[in-house]
Design a protein around this ligand. Structure first.
Ligand SMILES: *Cc1c(COP(=O)(O)O)cnc(C)c1O
Length: 334
């Protein structure tokens, strides 16, 4: 099976950029959902703790339980609330409020324009009343931006709406609530000093999907993907490689099979021309479940050292490129 190498220095570099923008580590929440964007949940939790972060964000309660020892508090974005002093649970609709048990720590998500999750702004007063009645502990009020990584004024329109939400929550007497709406792209674009918390995912792992003009802060890729040589052979002109024999040798050449395939989360898609690895080697023919072929005899090759560049070759985004990677792949820190 392939190997993932995690560059701790680059991870710390990225976390430091966001810490500098905020002013303190306490304001930086590391988003560790979906196996820490494919990097490895416990591993990245441990490194984030070593750096000095105390707040984490995950999707499920099961993920939260796995990393509990590392953080002061963990926000669970997409699971049913329960009573757990360590965890807060995002409330994504009015029903979530009614179903949360008395004493649960919750953070109310308000839909300021993305229309994916959260209560409508018109439901805010109703939601706050129900939270009181239900005996929930409202720790935060949050929102999510739909266009933070696009060059448009939409982000500012949504931020304005969130400011209105803040005023109304405070006016309703909830004065110890924390407010947060920044993801990586928002944090890279706007001043973070007055944010109670920013929720940093992709930026911590080294990427920004923002247009070039926003690339003021240098981020460094954390994950690299490596494959090992399984066997080698000499092909004669006209020999064809792999399923369907879609690659044909145009001359005599030596090729090797490496231990990475779509079973590891590496895309097989034939929509694009052969993927070119980090070392400039095109993948020859089709990707198998556990193997790819390359014109190399090196014992180990780097398949991907930049998920953003790789994602462009296959028509997706850096996020998907990394979260697809099989959790069983060995991860090592270096
Ligand atoms: C995934 C997620 C984030 C992190 O977004 P990035 O673009 O990776 O920084 C922040 N907030 C919420 C609600 C999310 O679901």
């Amino acid at each position: 099976m392939a190997t993932i190498k995690i560059n701790k220095q680059n991870f710390f570099h990225n976390l430091n950029q966001f810490t500098l923008k905020c002013g303190s580590k306490a304001q930086v929440g590391i988003v560790l959902k979906d196996n820490a964007y494919g990097h490895g949940l416990e591993l990245m939790a441990e490194l984030a703790t070593e750096f000095g972060l105390t707040e984490a964000v995950v999707r499920t309660y099961a993920e939260a339980k796995r990393i509990k020892p590392y953080f002061q508090s963990i926000l669970v974005l997409g699971d049913r609330a329960c009573v757990d002093a360590h965890c807060s649970f995002a409330l994504n609709c009015l029903d979530d409020i009614d179903q949360a048990p008395h004493g649960a720590v919750v953070e109310l998500k308000v839909d300021t324009g993305m229309h994916r999750n959260g209560i409508a702004m018109a439901e805010l007063d109703e939601a706050l009343q129900r939270i009181r009645k239900q005996g929930l502990r409202l720790k935060g009020v949050m929102s999510h931006n739909r266009s933070a990584d696009e060059l448009s004024s939409e982000l500012f329109w949504q931020q304005k709406r969130f400011e209105m939400v803040k005023q109304r929550v405070k006016a309703a007497g909830f004065d110890t609530v924390r407010f947060h709406s920044f993801n990586s792209a928002t944090a890279l674009r706007l001043d973070c000093r007055h944010e109670d918390l920013i929720r940093v995912g992709i930026g911590a792992y080294g990427y920004s999907e923002l247009p070039e003009i926003y690339r003021v802060i240098e981020l460094k890729p954390v994950l690299t993907l490596w494959a090992k040589r399984i066997s080698s052979r000499i092909l004669q002109k006209g020999d064809r490689v792999g399923y369907g024999g879609t690659y044909e040798a145009s001359h005599s050449m030596e090729v090797s099979t490496y231990d990475l395939g779509y079973g590891d989360g590496w895309m097989r898609s034939t929509r694009f021309q052969s993927f070119v690895t980090a070392e400039g080697l095109p993948i020859l023919g089709r990707v198998s479940m556990d193997y790819v072929s390359l014109a190399s005899t090196k014992e180990e090759v780097c398949i991907m050292d930049n998920a953003l560049e790789a994602s462009k070759q296959v028509g997706t985004i850096s996020y998907e490129m990394m979260t697809l990677l099989n959790p069983d792949i060995k991860r090592i820190v270096w």
